[in-house]
Design a protein around this ligand. Structure first.
Ligand code: IMP
Length: 423
């Protein structure tokens, strides 16, 4: 398979979990390189449904090693809960199949509290975060005051470091009118979590370098999507990490010249959770998909905003990620439609443009220019071969790839592994 970076080409929730699962089959190691437990992908183990937030879904396959890389922000209490949840389902998580980078930054309760407080203060301009403390944790990392896993598992050092950080953050919380947090409780919770996690903690950078030297296949799984990237997304309505392909390098310590290909995952339409511009948002698409029971977030349960496929956006995603191959998911969501729209340009301030403007306020004023395609009005759910897809469906998908300027290699028509077609 070679070393593969997988990214979301839209606003997250592109169905990456399913494609990761399919590609994991060919990988020896799966690495999560950014984000935290703001992400969530749902996995089905027999009749049981389970949502993973930090642990790569590769953990479900017995012969894979899963790694939480240095670029991730990690909530240790949440992670222990995830390990226990998998354990109850009979999925072993051991130091033989799961490693945590010692330099990943740790999420604390004040990060979550600050996340919530800042959202309230923003009022109508709120970002719509998952309130998992992601922004404040990355903020501490950039300000060089964060605590890392290496500090958490050092029983001699951690209590004092925790006290220093809590003292400062309690002052901030009090100034914001929030309740200060209790040192003893956090120390007890985090010490318990540290004791559980210590066996998994490793220098994942040297581990991955040894793996690249013996040409192991590594899959770098992206969380969130291109337009939630802190640099390339619709700032400030973004998450706080680099969700684009470069994040796989900085978030793992594996350099760009060891990466072989970038796979971009996108839906056959567009969705977004949280606030911020979404040029092709359309109530008729939301009504259709929500009516089918689809497009509710795995982490927060929020209904996702839905719209037509935005090729201006995905072309931008192909550019900043260097997408070689495309996977288009959720094709079956459009099965019932007679006509399908695709945005091929924007109109703003009397001008037609074919790129994503950097100013979020300008993007919010962009009106989509649509091209219409005939639908296929037949169920694709049971189709397992590309050639068996309705001709209008194949034409639609190939057009999306052409407009995105990347090669279509995977199409998915449902959550199951069998509902995946390779071109
Ligand atoms: P945060 O990452 O919790 O700070 O949230 C920032 C923005 O990213 C919000 O609009 C969230 O809804 C969005 N977001 C964060 N994680 C995900 C995800 O896994 N899927 C989709 N949107 C996400």
């Amino acid at each position: 398979m070679a070393n593969t970076i997988l990214v979301g080409a839209q606003w997250g929730d592109e169905g990456k979990g399913k494609i990761i699962d399919v590609l994991t089959e060919q990988a020896e190691i799966v690495v999560r390189t950014q984000g935290g437990n703001n992400a969530g992908h749902t996995v089905y183990i027999g009749p049981a449904k389970y949502v993973l937030h930090l642990i790569p879904s590769g953990i479900l396959r017995p012969d894979k090693v899963c790694i939480v890389g240095n670029g991730v922000v990690l909530d240790p209490v949440g992670l222990v809960g995830e390990i226990d949840g998998l354990d109850k389902l009979g999925v072993p998580v051991t130091p033989a199949n799961f490693l945590i980078s010692e330099t990943a930054h740790v999420v604390f309760p004040w990060h979550r509290e600050l996340d919530g407080q800042r959202e309230v203060r923003k009022g109508n301009n709120k970002i719509g975060t998952t309130k998992r403390g992601i922004g404040p944790t990355y903020g501490d990392k950039a300000a060089r005051v964060g605590l890392r896993v290496i500090d958490l598992v050092n029983a001699a050092r951690f209590p004092q470091r925790l006290r220093e950080r809590l003292e400062e953050n309690n002052e901030v919380l009090k100034a914001l009118g929030a309740q200060p947090l209790d040192y003893d409780k956090i120390l007890a919770d985090y010490t318990r979590a540290a004791d559980r996690l210590r066996p998994f903690v490793a220098n994942t950078v040297t581990y991955l370098h040894a793996a690249t030297r013996r040409h192991a296949n590594i899959l770098f799984e992206g969380a969130q999507g291109t337009f939630l990237d802190i640099d390339h997304g619709t700032y400030p309505f973004v998450t706080s990490s680099n969700t684009t392909s470069g994040g796989a390098c900085t978030g793992s310590g594996v350099p760009p010249n060891r990466m072989d290909r970038v796979v971009g995952v996108m839906k056959a339409y567009t969705t977004r959770v949280g606030e911020g511009p979404l040029p092709t948002e359309d109530d008729s698409v939301s009504d259709l998909l929500h009516g089918m029971g689809r497009e509710f977030g795995a982490t927060t349960g929020r209904a996702r905003r839905c719209g037509w496929f935005d090729a201006v956006a995905t072309r931008h995603a192909a550019m900043v990620n260097g997408i070689d191959e495309l996977a288009v998911t959720n094709v079956d969501g459009l099965d019932s439609l007679a006509q399908i729209r695709v945005c091929t340009a924007y109109e703003v301030d009397g001008k037609r443009i074919d790129y994503v403007p950097s100013d979020c306020e300008v993007l919010a004023r962009c009106r989509p220019v649509y091209q219409e395609f005939p639908g296929w009005q037949t169920s694709t759910e049971t189709i397992t071969q590309w050639e068996d897809l309705p001709v209008n469906c194949r034409h639609y998908l190939l057009t999306l790839a052409q407009l995105t300027e990347a090669r279509l290699t995977i199409t998915s028509v449902g959550p199951a592994r069998e509902q995946t077609m390779f071109l």
